[in-house]
Ligand binder design. Structure first.
Ligand code: GLU
Length: 469
């Protein structure tokens, strides 16, 4: 049997990490078995579906490299098909028209609640099919089996059982003629030959209803796996309050796709004690049966740890392409300055995110308008002027611009003035970078470039002349 799965998000808000983890599990399960993965946009909820949300889904999948073999399909393009199936069901008696008024349904509900019963439709029109004329408004309801059980073997949760008496006759078409969500999903999964449905556990109550519809359509029932929720560190459902953001926001916060995927795969799945998984490794090792049924807790510190790991272990040129994105986001033009790979090497151990790295790289491409206050206060005293003047002359006179010669210019200055390297290096660092923190000074100065460094030292000397006591 050829495996076929789908990721079917509703485009009603940003694509959150819980959905993406479900997509990842579904994708890995499919890729692991050489199956086909479908992207379907469940956009029947016209009021809540938006174009930016559709774009965010597609951008996120692309950014994460989760490719699909078919789609994206859109439910709104399949309305005729759903109605065609409903008409067939009306004709063969697996669905019926229900003319019950809102007030009858309301009274029924209230009576059931008073009697401590679960509110459900009582099947009045199922029993009295011919009472009304066709011109009166009606909904179409599915004839749910009235007895027996729906049992399915969830790949994550094991056997799950629902009694049919718990389920009422679901509305599959509203009065305005629009088919309802739970029904459309079944027709799609049937038409698209989906063999395995891996989705969030918030859908588990829909599953018995959907299985009954599959059976009524004479369709094979897919295998199900319901993935648990992701919670915040207070054990409440993960939300914006916990700093949880849409997937593309993780990119904008400087997270690498590899780190996010690695983080998400481990959040609820394990393979021994292994923490680091390349996408290829995940593909080979992932087993849906090994996914945990309990909820997972989102841990930002661990995601940042993985991000730093990938910043340090992926090819420098690759990290540079991501750094380029963040530099551009921050309005830093990199035409005039060092190669990005140089900066990746300088900063990879010092940054947890690429956004942070881009911010730290600014002074390699742009002059800063002010020296950091505390750094200037600590290092731009009257003793700083001489070392800066001398080192500046030495840097200006170098035969070649190399980190080794930059280093020896600093060392010679210290020697000449009988000062420690630090007494030359720290004011110099503040002069050329604007702050007292930077990677090794020789490589930093080398990367900033001779002309820029000399101009900045000149500015520092003016600053010192005006401010230093
Ligand atoms: N569209 C549903 C959602 O975004 C998923 C439907 C399904 O996987 O069956 O939650």
């Amino acid at each position: 049997m050829k495996i076929k799965t789908r990721f079917a998000p509703s485009p009603t808000g940003y694509l959150h990490v819980g959905s993406v983890r479900t997509a990842l599990y579904s994708w890995l399960f499919t890729r692991n078995q050489g199956g086909n993965f479908i992207l379907r946009i469940d956009d029947t909820d016209l009021k809540r579906s938006t174009q930016p949300a559709i774009k965010a889904i597609i951008d996120s999948m692309n950014w994460l490299n989760l490719d699909w073999d078919e789609g994206p399909y859109f439910q709104t393009k399949r309305l005729n098909r759903y109605n065609e199936v409903i008409d067939d069901m009306l004709a063969n008696g697996t669905a019926y028209k229900c003319y019950c008024s809102q007030s009858r349904l309301q009274t029924l509900r209230e009576t059931q609640i008073i009697a401590y019963k679960k509110p459900r439709y009582d099947g009045y029109c199922r029993e009295n099919r011919k009472l009304y004329g066709d011109d009166e408004p009606y909904v179409v309801r599915f004839c749910n089996p009235q007895s027996g059980e729906v049992i399915f073997n969830d790949l994550i949760r094991g056997p799950v059982k629902f009694s049919n008496q718990e389920l009422d006759d679901l509305i599959i078409r509203r009065t305005d003629g629009s088919p309802t969500y739970n029904f459309c999903v079944v027709v799609d999964d049937y038409d698209m030959d989906i063999t395995h449905i891996i989705r969030g556990e918030d859908h588990i109550n829909n599953t018995p209803r959907q299985i009954n519809i599959f059976k009524a359509l004479g369709a094979p029932v897919p295998v199900y796996a319901h993935v648990s929720m992701i919670l915040g560190d207070d054990s409440k459902k993960l939300s914006k309050r916990h700093g949880s953001v849409g997937v593309m926001q993780y990119r904008d916060n400087g997270i690498l796709p590899e780190a996010l995927l690695n983080y998400l795969v481990r959040l609820g799945w394990s393979y021994g004690n292994q923490e680091i998984f390349s996408l290829d490794e995940m593909k080979h090792l992932f087993k849906i049966e090994a996914v945990s049924k309990s909820a997972s807790i989102f841990n930002m510190a661990k995601l940042l740890w993985l991000n730093q790991y990938y910043i340090n272990h992926m090819p420098t040129a690759y990290i540079a392409t991501h750094l380029a994105y963040h530099l551009e986001q921050q309005g830093i033009n990199t035409c005039n300055g060092p190669e990005l790979t140089v900066l990746v090497k300088l900063f990879s151990k010092r940054c947890k995110t690429l956004k942070e790295m881009a911010t730290k790289c600014r002074y390699f491409y742009q002059d800063f308008s002010e020296f950091d206050n505390d750094s200037a206060k600590n290092y731009f005293n009257s003793f700083a002027a001489d070392p800066l003047k001398i080192v500046s002359t030495k840097l200006a006179g170098l035969d070649a611009w190399t980190p080794v010669l930059v280093r020896s210019a600093i060392e010679q200055t210290a020697e000449q003035l009988a000062l420690s390297i630090e007494k030359v290096g720290m004011p110099l660092r503040v002069a050329v970078t604007g702050t007292c923190q930077s990677p090794a000074l020789d490589v930093t100065i080398h990367a900033i470039g001779q002309k820029r460094c000399l101009e900045r030292i000149k500015r520092a000397l003016i600053f010192i002349a005006n401010h230093a006591k």
